[in-house]
Structures are given as structure tokens and as C-alpha cells.
Design a protein around this ligand. Structure first.
Ligand code: AMP
Ligand code: MG
Length: 353
């Protein structure tokens, strides 16, 4: 199959692009499109064959459910058999935006879309291209990240094409996304709302609206614990990983730089291609031949926006060993560290002064 790639600029909308994409979606085909978090791979959420195609194109395990994207809050009543009161409150505050809510599914949502679960994940994205695609196609769009399963999520249309060209019908290119990390997922099926995946919307932001919020214990720990099973099936898989071996080095900046320099000096001495992922504040401390600036510690949004592109670039450069600084773990930093620790397969070196 040849993948059609078309640019779309929401400031100068080209209705023909949306018409073509809408036709593909209504016919059960797949269209990748930008959201404010990452690029998504969309199909008709109510068409089980379209969902099956999404899993096949990504090589995604079939027990890993898809998020359904909507353009109007009232779709909650169609997609859920019992919309929790809190969902309306959270939707009023955070939609359109990077928050996904889990609730009981309605019968019309096929189990192929929900990975066999009785619950459904729903989000209303704020990216104008995503909004226009959902609205004009008239389709509720099931869309996981538009990457090959296990690879870093795509933040540009070129990343999508690199992974999925020839496997999907169309890619809508609206340039680089804004946030760069997947949505916060909050489960509303229990008594207390529980974060299953950290993201741009933080625990504190949610608590300001609905009071107490918990975080799924399985995603809090930085060690792999076989006794803790994440409630979001997708969170149990190794994910976002570059091909080179990634290790996080954590501690005071001086000690981290000294340790990383020692390790990269040794590897480069053996002709092993290695790289360092560094914050702008500390970038001058490193010796290695390849040092990548991931953004500013003083502006964690810049780190979130660059993370996946930096991990993908490591693959393009053919790097075999990667050392990364560690980040705060608070607020947006919690989402950054969650993805980085998974990308590193939980390999962390702790150093002290
Ligand atoms: P992705 O769209 O690639 O970011 O993946 C969607 C994420 O949402 C995965 O981690 C899924 O496990 C999670 N998810 C989707 N639906 C549900 C659900 N009904 N219950 C729990 N987690 C879900
Ligand atoms: Mg994904």
C-alpha cells in the first residue's frame, strides 16, 4: 500500500485534505494525524476491523487498548454506559486537552477497540487538526501513538512515516507537536480517581478540581516489580526504547558528569559509539563525542517536547550506548521520568558527591 502524506495547516485549512481523510476513516482505513501530545494512528473506533488494522500496522499486542478521540463532550453519553459525575467536571476543566479518562464502555464500543476490557478510554484533543478531522469525518477515532510498538512515540510526521510508511493509508502532516509526551490517563471506575499514566496534566492539577487523586503504584516505582501489575495494560510493556542501550545516571550534577565522563571515555577508548543526553544547563560538562541537548531543566516543557526526537536520533546515529541525566520527577518531571525509565529498561546508576 502506498501511504499518502498531505500537509495541513489549520490556519489556512485545506478542506480537500480533510475530505480525503474522512473518506478513508469511514471506509475502515487508517489515518495518522497530529494531536497536541504526539501523532496518533486513527481508525473508526466503532469498527472492529479498523481497530484490528491499527494493531496490525503497529505490531501492537492485542490486549493493549486504544484511546477513543472525540470532538464534542456529549460523545461521552454515546461511548460510555455510565458517565461518572467526575468525568463531566474534569472534561469542563481540561478538555479539549491532554487528559484521557477511563469509564465503563457502552455496548456499541467493540472489544477490539478496548483490548477486551469493559471500560473505554476517551479523550478530546485540543490540536486544531485533530479536532477538525474528528468533527468533519463524523467518526469517533480510536488512536494509539502512531509508532511501531515499542519505539519512541512520534512527535513529527517524519517519525510516523519512518515507522509506518506502506502500512497505513494516510498521514496528515501539521509539523512538530506541542507537548511531546502522551496524555495523562486517569481511571474513573474506582472510588478515588487514579492516574494510570502521568502526563502534562499533573496530579496536583487534577486534585484542584476533584479532590483526592491516587497514582497507580505500579508506575511509581522505578524498579520493575513483578508483583505490581499496571492497570493500564500498555504500561507493562518495554516502551520508547532506542536501539542503543540507555542508562540513567542520577545524583548531583558534578558527580553525574564525572561518572558519565569516566564511562564514555572508557567506551570511546574501545571504539564503542556512545552518546550523552544532557540538559542545557550541564551540557558543557561532558567529554563524549556526541552530546545531545534535551532542553532546559528550568523549563521542563522543553525536555518533554524533545525527549522522543532525541531518542529516535540516537537510532539514526547508530549509537550503541547512551547515558542520560535524570530529571526532577515532580509535576511534568514525573511524566518525563516515567518515559525515560521505561526507555532505559529500569537501568539507573546512582552517584554521590
Ligand atoms: P497509546 O495510545 O499508545 O498512548 O496507548 C494508550 C494507553 O492507554 C495504553 O497504555 C493503554 O493501556 C491505556 N488504556 C487504553 N484504554 C484503557 C482502559 N480501558 N483501561 C486502562 N488503560 C487503558
Ligand atoms: Mg503508544
Amino acid at each position: 500500500m502506498e501511504t499518502i502524506i498531505r500537509e495541513y495547516n489549520a490556519d489556512h485549512p485545506d478542506a480537500a485534505v480533510m475530505q480525503q481523510a474522512g473518506q478513508i476513516l469511514r471506509a475502515g482505513g487508517l489515518v495518522a494525524f497530529p494531536t497536541e501530545t504526539v501523532y496518533g494512528l486513527g481508525g473508526d473506533a466503532l469498527n472492529p476491523e479498523a481497530s484490528a488494522k491499527i494493531y496490525a500496522a503497529k505490531g501492537r499486542p492485542s490486549d493493549n487498548p486504544l484511546i477513543v478521540h472525540i470532538a464534542d463532550k456529549n460523545a461521552l453519553k454515546v461511548l460510555s454506559s455510565d458517565v461518572p459525575d467526575m468525568a463531566w467536571k474534569l472534561a469542563d476543566h481540561f478538555w479539549p486537552g491532554p487528559l484521557t479518562m477511563i469509564m465503563p464502555k457502552a455496548d456499541i464500543v467493540p472489544r477490539q477497540t478496548t483490548g477486551g476490557l469493559d471500560t473505554v478510554a476517551i479523550r478530546m484533543p485540543s490540536h486544531p487538526t485533530a479536532y477538525e478531522l474528528i468533527r468533519s469525518s463524523g467518526v469517533y477515532i480510536a488512536a494509539p501513538s502512531a509508532n511501531t510498538s515499542g519505539r519512541p512515540s512520534p512527535t513529527t510526521a517524519q517519525h510516523v512515516a519512518g515507522d509506518l510508511s506502506g502500512r497505513i493509508d494516510m498521514i496528515i502532516d501539521s509539523g512538530k507537536v506541542d507537548i511531546g509526551l502522551e496524555s495523562t490517563i486517569v481511571d474513573l471506575t474506582g472510588e478515588v480517581p487514579t492516574i494510570l499514566r502521568p502526563g502534562y496534566i499533573t496530579k496536583k492539577m487534577l486534585e484542584e478540581v476533584v479532590g483526592r487523586v491516587e497514582i497507580d503504584k505500579a508506575i511509581l516505582s522505578d524498579k520493575e516489580d513483578p508483583n505490581l501489575r499496571p492497570k493500564a495494560p500498555g504500561m507493562k510493556y518495554k516502551h520508547y526504547a532506542p536501539k542503543g542501550d540507555l542508562v540513567i545516571v542520577e545524583g548531583p550534577a558534578d558527580a553525574v558528569a564525572a561518572k558519565i565522563n569516566e564511562l564514555t571515555d572508557e567506551l570511546e577508548g574501545q571504539n564503542v559509539k556512545c552518546a550523552v543526553i544532557a540538559s542545557q544547563e550541564n551540557i558543557d560538562r561532558y567529554h563524549a563525542g556526541c552530546v545531545m541537548n534535551i532542553g532546559q531543566r528550568s523549563n521542563e516543557e522543553s525536555i518533554a517536547a524533545n525527549l522522543y526526537a532525541v531518542l529516535r536520533e540516537m537510532d539514526d546515529l547508530g549509537v550503541r550506548k547512551i547515558y542520560s541525566e535524570s530529571f526532577s520527577g515532580q509535576g511534568l518531571g514525573a511524566a518525563i521520568m516515567n518515559r525515560l525509565i521505561k526507555a532505559a529498561g529500569h537501568q539507573i546508576i546512582r552517584v554521590q558527591d
